[in-house]
Design a protein around this ligand. Structure first.
Ligand SMILES: [Zn+2]
Length: 158
């Protein structure tokens, strides 16, 4: 894995995976306009936040499913970063068939992003999408004070 140095808003430089940078330059652009992951983790710890990422597959309709990323206990400025990279506030998902709906109270909300695919999609394309989701999850984990707080096939619940 080769890397490229990226300058963040806090003045720190971090090495970004050049593959991620090539494929997901949008994520790095938004991230670098904010404090680096080290600073963000410190901010989370000082705020007493223990953010976690939940990665799942959900049935969206009769024809569509989606890989779904949900983040709990999101702190500022991670909320800004998420808002600018395609995440939106949502109620917590309950299971594979019950996505969280529109959120009317922020207290128990998550930040959610969906990567849709049709059930008739070639499995190779689904695997490619899964690779993208894995990459994004790896990127997000840099913002978690507890590196183990990435949960696969588990739901945030309540
Ligand atoms: Zn920093």
């Amino acid at each position: 894995m080769s890397g490229v140095e990226v300058l963040y808003a806090c003045g720190h430089k971090q090495v970004a995976d050049s593959g991620l940078l090539a494929r997901r330059g949008d994520l790095i652009d938004v991230a670098s306009a904010n404090p680096c992951t080290d600073c963000c983790r410190r901010i989370a710890e000082e705020a007493g936040a223990f953010p976690a990422v939940f990665v799942n597959v959900q049935r969206i309709s009769d024809e569509m499913s989606a890989f779904v990323l949900e983040l709990t206990e999101v702190y500022s400025p991670l909320d800004e970063i998420l808002a600018q990279t395609g995440y939106a506030r949502s109620a917590r998902s309950l299971d594979e068939l019950t996505p969280g709906g529109v959120v009317d109270e922020y207290a128990d909300s998550v930040w959610r992003k969906e990567f849709w695919f049709s059930l008739s999609t070639d499995p190779l394309h689904v695997l490619a999408l899964m690779e993208l989701v894995k990459e994004e999850t790896g990127w997000l984990s840099g913002y978690l004070p507890d590196a183990g707080a990435v949960h696969y096939l588990d739901f945030p619940g309540l």
